[in-house]
Design a binder for this molecule. Structure first.
Ligand code: PLP
Length: 418
């Protein structure tokens, strides 16, 4: 981990107080204590700009999109399509037609597995995933394997929580048809070298899907520079509303893929004999979308762009360095995931306390962390633990909150030693 970020801490703390004021929920008390929200990898809190964008839409513009000639429908459609362009710019995609709105990362991956995977893979084909994956980047591929008779191959993880790249290269063979990788691990925070790994896959003529759920708010994402074939993320991890996500896909691939679901909006014409599908991206957007959510996602992107993604990443890194040093001093605490390149996620186990007890005791002090297997059961097994406690940072977290976490953990240790 790069320790230099620490020097910027003083300046960041001033900015962070201004950013905090944008998040109404941070005024909440839990068990009579001010909320210390450190469960950002599960979902981020929403700034007023996002809450108000959804509110405004429902008060003034609520209407279905792409259908009506009336003014409200036009306004709703314009705002919906403007949000698509904001996502395109965020990802640096070549065209807004490569941005498909879905329910979340999970749906995006299922779409690719069922549409691309089912139409291209055959018995004996192989899909490479990594040992770091969230269940949503394992189970859709497993389901595909069962449907077509393909097999999963898994990139092993080292003791620091990094992928073993030599082993990755050795997994490629004549039947490899797809690589699906987390850009950042949700359980450990490991940043995966996805550009280098994509290049290796392409050298074998294999397309790459990146699960960006934990990356999108924390590391720069440029899909053209990465040259990935698909990129998936969820709005709610990017300070936007729940129930909205994005699938980026290269136009040539999306164009060649069959639709994932059938229904309204994804068609050009329908008769009982024949249906002609719509053009991209509508071919993959059957039914009424979450219009308010997409508009809220657009507002989140505007909000974050105004702050600057680099400033946010620098702040979170400084906080990670500070908190890592502090928790390492706690007797009996074992950090799980010590990769060189990490986002602001601290996963750990405490010697005598179960992770759930740690979470419950911290909750009584107003501190929200996540405990459990983090939807990454194979990764927990790799580290020989049933669960970890996970604190994850966002732009509004402060050094004082990291101190509160450490004080809370010291209390846990005290309780379990008496
Ligand atoms: N992938 C990763 C790495 C995640 O962290 C998550 C959510 O925690 C997901 C996928 C699934 O995201 P969603 O539940 O928003 O579809």
């Amino acid at each position: 981990m790069n320790m230099q970020g620490e020097l910027q801490l003083g300046a960041d703390e001033l900015a962070v107080q201004r950013w905090r004021a944008d998040f109404p929920i941070l005024q909440t008390c839990v068990h009579g204590k001010p909320l210390v929200y450190l469960d950002n990898a599960a979902t981020t809190q929403k700034p007023l700009a996002v809450i108000e964008a959804e509110d405004r839409y429902y008060r003034h513009d609520n209407s279905n999109v792409h259908r009506g000639v009336h003014s409200l429908s036009q306004r709703a459609t314009d705002a919906f399509e403007a949000a698509r362009v904001k996502v395109q710019r965020l990802l640096n995609a070549a065209s807004p037609n490569e941005i498909v709105f879905v329910r979340g990362t999970t749906e995006a991956i299922n779409l690719v597995a069922q549409s691309y995977g089912r139409s291209r893979l055959r018995e004996g084909d192989e899909i490479i995933v990594s040992g770091l994956e969230h269940h949503s980047n394992i189970v859709p591929w497993q389901m595909l394997c069962q449907q077509v008779g393909a097999k999963l191959r898994v990139i092993p993880v080292n003791d620091a929580g990094e992928l073993k790249l030599e082993a990755y290269e050795r997994l490629f063979g004549p039947h490899t048809r797809m690589v699906a990788l987390a850009h950042v691990s949700n359980a450990l925070g490991t940043v995966v070298p996805v550009k280098a790994m994509t290049d290796i896959a392409h050298a074998h003529d294999v397309p790459v899907l990146l699960d960006g759920a934990q990356a999108i708010a924390h590391v720069p994402v440029d899909v053209q520079a990465l040259d990935c074939d698909f990129y998936a993320f969820s709005s709610h991890k990017l300070y936007g509303p729940m129930g909205v996500g994005v699938l980026y896909g290269k136009a040539e691939l999306l164009n060649a893929m069959p639709p994932y679901q059938g229904g309204g909006d994804m068609i050009r014409s329908v008769s009982f004999e024949h249906t002609e599908y719509n053009v991209l991206p509508f071919k993959f957007e059957a039914g009424t979308p979450n219009v308010a959510g997409v508009i809220g996602l657009g507002a989140a992107i505007d909000y974050l762009s105004a702050i600057g993604f680099e400033a946010i990443a620098a702040h979170e890194h400084a906080l990670l360095v500070y908190a890592t040093r502090a928790v390492e001093q706690i007797p009996g605490l074992r950090l799980i995931g010590t990769a060189h390149d990490k986002t602001g996620i601290l996963s750990f186990v405490l010697k005598d306390a179960h992770a759930h007890d740690v979470g419950t005791i911290l909750d009584h002090q107003g501190i929200a962390i996540r405990t459990g297997h983090h939807c990454a059961m194979p990764l927990m097994e790799r580290f020989g633990v049933p669960a970890t406690a996970r604190a994850s940072f966002a732009l509004y977290n402060t050094r004082r909150e990291a101190d509160a976490l450490v004080a809370g953990l010291e209390k846990v240790v005290e309780l379990f030693n008496t």
